[in-house]
Design a protein around this ligand. Sequence first.
Ligand code: NAP
Length: 277
Amino acid sequence: MKHVTLPCGEPVAALGQGTWRIGDDPARRQEEIDCLRRGIDLGLTLIDTAEMYGEGRSEALVGEAIEGRRDEVFIVSKVYPHNASRRSMQRSCDNSLRRLRIEAIDLYLLHWQGDVPLGETVEAFEALRRAGKIRHWGVSNLDTGLMHELHDVPAGAAVQTDQVLYNLGRRGIEWDLLPWLRERRIPVMAYSPLEEGRLVKRRELMDFAKKHGMTPSQVAIAWLLAQDGVIPIPKTGSRKRLEENALALEHPLTTAQLQELDALFPPPKGPSPLEMI
Ligand code: NAP
C-alpha cells in the first residue's frame, strides 16, 4: 500500500474508506461490515467516520467491523461544530470512543467551522490529546483563510489534515488551498472522490476509462492517488465495488494520461470559494 506521511511523521494508507450513510439500512449491515473488513485486508486501513453520520450509527458499525483488528486500522472521526467547545468536546469524544469500542481516536477532526472560536477548539483537542483520548487532530471544510487563522492560534500548527471536497470535477482547491497545505506538508483527505457516485456516470470519464482499460471509479481514484499528499476516502457498501476501487492502486496514471484528464476536467483558472457537500 502506498503511504502518505502526516506532519507528525506517522505514515497512513494513501487510500482510505469512507463511511457516510453506512449503517443506515439494517438489511445491508452485514454486507457493509464485511466490506470494511475486506478493505482492511486490501490495505485500506484508514477509516473515516463522524459522530454526525447516522447520529452515531456509522461509528457503531465501524466499531463492530474493526473488532479484533484495532492494531491494523487508523480511525478518523469528526466532532460536530456545535460540540467543538471546551465544554462539549470531551463528551462527544467519549461517546464516539464508546461507539467505536476503542481507547483512542487516531485522528479527530472538526467537521466544519461553526460558532466556537478556532482557538477554543484547538485547546479542547489538545486537552483530549493530553488525556490520551485522541492521538492527533485536524480539520475539515476549512478554506485557506480559516487555515491561516488556525495556524496562528496557539498549538494550531499541530493540525494533521484538512479534509475537503476534492475530485476530478471539483478542482477549486488547486488554486490556493492545496499549495498552501503542500508548503506545510499537511495532507488533504479528499472526500466524495466519486462525487457521491455521480462522477462515474460522466460520459467523458466513461470514455477515458474504456480507452485506457480501467473503470471510471478507478480513474477518479487513481487521479487523486497520483498527487502528493492526497488521501482519497471513497465509500462503498459493496464488496465488488470495493475491490474495483482498490485496484486503482495498481493503475498509476502516466503523465500523458494526466494531461488528457486535464483537458477533460480543467484545473481552476482563478480563486473560488471552497465547495462542500
Ligand atoms: P463518494 O465516496 O464519492 O461516493 C460514494 C457513492 O458512490 C456511494 O453511493 C457508492 O455506492 C458509490 N460507489 C462507490 N464505489 C463505486 C463504484 N466503483 N462504482 C459506482 N459507484 C460507486 O461519496 P461520499 O460518501 O460522499 O464521500 C466519501 C467519504 O468522505 C464519506 O463516506 C465520508 O466518510 C467522507 N465525507 C466527508 C465530508 C466532510 O464534510 N468532511 C463530506 C462528505 C463525505 P455503494 O455504497 O452502493 O457502492
